[in-house]
Design a protein. Structure first.
Length: 327
């Protein structure tokens, strides 16, 4: 079993439109409502492949009840923690070329008592789990070191922790030695303090994450594939997508594929790339099932070329980071 924790779950509505015209009345061609939040998406992807998952999350009000009901309909065990703050709703506007404009609410505030209840819920279901995966942004009221605290507590159980977050929460958690960290390209750049324009830059940033405390780093590089840096070395993989429909949740599907394969003793990077590529080709925030997966297109490179230039260069200038970098 894999336990997922989502501190900031959501109801995600995807709206397909012909084009985005700011200030105009736009008619939708299709809509879809899915339970959302990064850990929730991981649980949904696992359930699609009959991998047992338990989703721990805060729940509040009618939206929280609807979120829980949708997950249970998907066959996911849910361990909800009742809180006072509101469950958020997110909206994605999806254009035919795959461009997604996403509007995320900040989520409800969590108190210290709420967080204690959430940690108790995680520990109560984590015994014997293959992984505990903590995902997503920290909602208002949550200290930056929350994930670090969770890693320390779970280290006593022997259950490995996977972490997918960003910013101060990521920086605080890596020294707590999570078994796996899954940054995307922007998160790698933010951590390292420099642009990730080449594969070599991505490898250097991921290696720095490992040296700071992460056991493995699975870095998603968007259309450029993914990178796995571990004690065994570095692997780079690609999985071309014929038609990109929606990238929302693709990184979560990638992480789910990696964890499912690792728990079953299969090639984890191949599964990660195949699940992520499948998610990009699906509408809305739908998670891929077995019939959507095409492993034949995945290519793994055991000696990646560090000079390889990556697509989609960063648009935002970065400030130097105090994080140690490799020469």
């Amino acid at each position: 079993m894999i336990v997922t924790l989502t501190l900031n779950p959501s109801l995600d509505r995807s709206i397909e439109i012909a084009s985005f015209d700011r200030g105009a009345v736009i008619r939708a061609s299709a809509t879809r409502l899915d339970p959302g939040g990064k850990g929730v998406n991981v649980a949904r992807a696992l359930a699609e492949h009959q991998v047992k998952a338990c989703a721990v999350l805060p729940r509040s009000g009618p939206d929280g009840a609807q979120l829980t009901a949708l997950l249970q309909q998907d066959g996911i065990d849910v361990s909800p923690v009742q809180v006072d703050g509101a469950t958020r709703s997110n909206v994605s506007l999806v254009e035919p070329d795959g461009t997604v404009t996403k509007i995320n609410e900040p989520g409800g505030r969590l108190s210290a008592d709420d967080l204690d209840g959430i940690i108790e819920a995680v520990l109560s279901v984590a015994g014997g789990a293959d992984w505990v995966v903590a995902c997503g942004s920290l909602p208002p009221g949550v200290p930056d070191d929350f994930y670090a605290r969770l890693c320390h507590l779970l280290s006593r159980t022997g259950v490995p922790v996977a972490l997918d977050t960003s910013g101060p929460a990521l920086r605080a958690a890596i020294p707590a030695v999570p078994a796996l960290v899954k940054p995307n390209r922007d998160e790698l750049a933010d951590f390292a303090g420099y642009r990730i324009d080449t594969l070599g830059a991505a490898i250097t940033a991921a290696a720095t994450m490992r040296r700071t405390g992460a056991g493995m780093v699975l870095a998603s590089l968007g259309a450029d594939g993914a990178l796995l840096v571990s004690a065994e070395g570095c692997l780079y993989g690609e999985a071309p997508v014929a038609q990109r429909r929606n990238s929302v949740g693709a990184g979560d599907a990638m992480l789910a594929g990696f964890l499912a394969a690792d728990a079953a003793g299969r090639d984890a990077l191949v599964e990660a790339l195949a699940w992520g590529a499948a998610a990009v080709s699906l509408p809305g925030s739908r998670m891929p099932g077995p019939d959507d997966i095409d492993r034949s297109q995945v290519r793994i490179h055991r000696d990646p070329d560090p000079e390889r230039v990556l697509h989609e260069a960063h648009r935002t200038p970065l400030i130097p980071s105090e994080t140690e970098t490799l020469s």
